[in-house]
Design a protein around this ligand. Structure first.
Ligand SMILES: [Zn+2]
Length: 369
């Protein structure tokens, strides 16, 4: 009897040890995903600040993030680039990283935040099959995060999200940075983050704010810019100039019903113009098969390809490589800034060292980083 009891105790101990090991392993994984991505400050970077330097409420929180400042020698305008509003939309993050590491500014100042939502970077996109990291073919890796901020930092979640007065959104939109603008000084962490962005925009007199996104293949022409009303003339001119280079960019005007979105809300609380840029990421698709690093890099998915052959997804599916998506974001920002400067000299930001669309598209990704 006593022998059986001690045998039971032994297996209980083994199970507990096993559980403890799993907890320790998982804990390490979670801690790793809270570490900032490696980003090298390129020759154009004059200073690196924290977003909490603009809004103290973010200090020592999981939301604080690095702001890279690229100042030109000549006085000009100020623009801001955000990557990683949605942590699983990788082209925006790597495009912002690429600009920090490679471009210089001749006139004006460029503020770049490659990973605006650090909390979303530490989370996992539910049902996506996403890996923890995107590998760029060398020793560089970038965290694959989730669309929304980490639930563990926003617990408990209420039944609905009250943006303001009588505007209510779905409960999990309280963790979606692009639904909580213009943010709240004493709101949840995601609302504080949006408030921090608005503070930076106001204090640095940002003329144009870019928010880099991507989405699943769902309709023709997702390669798009959704822009605030005060940017429409600049956006249409930019699209026309891109068209001359055979780069299509669909322009859409933001509307009053787009509650909490950056292009609708930020211009109401500051003097900025706001531009949200989208590329197409097959890995985010609802019909995508196995998700792996190759899919992140090539955009090629056998199930979408088969459905396209059958005529089912022929209007929506075209594989876009990560290179091409980076080329689209970088070139679009460059063209927007050029047109912005041509409209008003005081807003001008002149970039130097921006490679051509074709160079970024056609160079091995491990050579870009
Ligand atoms: Zn997005």
């Amino acid at each position: 009897m006593s022998q059986e009891f001690s045998k039971g105790k032994g297996s209980f101990g083994a199970i507990m040890t096993f559980c403890l090991l799993i907890i320790l392993y998982q804990g390490k994984q979670i801690r790793n995903k809270r570490e900032y991505d490696y980003i090298k400050s390129g020759p154009g970077v004059s200073e690196v600040r924290m977003l909490s330097d603009y809004f103290e409420g973010l200090r020592d929180t999981p939301m604080d993030t690095r702001v890279y400042i690229l100042r030109g020698r000549e006085k000009g305008g100020n623009s801001l680039i955000l990557g990683g509003t949605h942590g699983n939309e990788i082209s925006g993050i790597v495009s912002a990283m690429y600009m920090v590491e490679n471009i210089e500014v001749e006139k004006g100042t460029l503020f770049i935040i490659p990973r605006i939502n650090e909390s979303a970077a530490s989370a996992v996109q539910v049902f996506s099959g996403d890996a923890d990291y995107l590998f760029l073919g060398n020793d560089r890796k970038v965290r694959m995060g989730a669309r929304r901020s980490n639930l563990t930092e926003h617990w408990p979640q209420k039944n609905s999200y009250n943006l303001r007065e009588n505007i209510y959104l779905r409960e999990d939109e309280a963790r979606n940075l692009n639904r909580v603008y213009p943010g709240k000084r004493s709101g949840n962490l995601t609302e504080k983050l949006a408030f921090g962005v608005a503070e930076l925009v106001r204090r640095e007199y940002i003329d144009m704010t870019f928010d880099l996104h991507e989405g699943r293949p769902r309709f023709e022409g997702l390669n798009a810019a959704i822009v605030s009303r005060n940017s429409m003339d600049i956006a249409l001119e930019t699209a026309l100039e891109l068209e001359f280079e055979e780069i299509n960019l669909r322009v859409e005007e933001s509307g009053p019903g787009l509650y909490g979105l950056i292009h609708n809300e930020l211009p109401k609380v500051s003097n900025t113009k706001a531009v949200l840029l989208e590329t197409v990421n097959t890995a985010q698709g609802s019909m995508t098969g196995k998700v792996n690093n190759n899919l992140y890099l090539t955009g090629e998915d056998p199930i979408y390809a088969k459905l396209k052959d059958m005529g089912i997804t022929s209007k929506v599916y075209k594989p876009y490589t990560l290179n091409e998506r980076i080329a689209r974001h970088v070139t679009s920002v460059e063209f927007f800034l050029r047109v912005l400067g041509s409209f008003n000299d005081r807003d001008e930001v002149v970039l130097r060292g921006v490679p051509s669309f074709e160079y970024i598209r056609d160079t091995d990704i491990n050579k870009l980083f």
